[in-house]
Design a binder for this molecule. Structure first.
Ligand SMILES: [Zn+2]
Ligand SMILES: [Zn+2]
Length: 183
């Protein structure tokens, strides 16, 4: 699988490089690059009432971008802004399931968001988990009931911290089959 990381607006360079380095260790037969282009975070996707950004709208933009990139199997958008979908207070990310487009937000992954001291390792660890989770969805994986599996649904940062950045055996097998089918 070939993954392209696409910054949307201003995104932490260290996070982008960390994801590029670590994602290929999680997925079999996978390479990863950081796209030289980036998408801007448009005013139109900001919801004035909620003071948050529309995840769906950004995902549609990523899908459009990914459709033009025939050399990439999927595009992971990384945004440092608070995202929501209408039925939830916030989301850590969203993805087509299956599909070519995934999105993660760094906003609620920073320890500072919860009043804790900055901690780069924890921040990067959380970003990797959310990235693997959303990319798992692009491979057609659904949520997993095992709380340590990266495909477990995160309702809060506690769930994210509890799970690993790795798939359980069953989810890994499913991911490997999907990647194999990409050809
Ligand atoms: Zn999910
Ligand atoms: Zn699992």
């Amino acid at each position: 699988m070939k993954i392209g990381i696409l910054p949307i607006g201003q995104a932490d360079e260290d996070v982008l490089m960390c994801l590029k380095e670590k994602l290929p260790n999680v997925f079999p037969d996978t390479t990863c690059l950081v796209n030289s282009e980036k998408l801007s975070l448009r005013k139109e996707v900001f919801d004035e009432k909620r003071k948050q950004y529309r995840s769906n709208a950004i995902l549609i933009e990523i899908r459009g971008y990914a459709a033009e990139k025939s050399d990439l199997n999927c595009v992971l958008g990384v945004v440092d802004a608070d995202l929501f979908v209408p039925e939830l207070n916030f989301v850590f990310g969203e993805a087509a399931c299956p599909g070519k487009a995934a999105l993660i937000s760094l906003w609620r992954l920073k320890p500072e968001f919860y009043g804790d001291a900055p901690n780069m390792k924890l921040f990067l660890d959380r970003a990797l988990k959310e990235a693997v989770h959303e990319l798992g969805h692009t491979l057609g994986l659904r949520h997993c009931s095992r709380s340590s599996c990266v495909m477990h649904f995160s309702n809060s940062i506690f769930d994210t911290d509890k799970k690993q950045s790795l798939f359980c055996d069953q989810c890994y097998l499913q991911a490997a089959i999907s990647i194999n089918n990409l050809g």
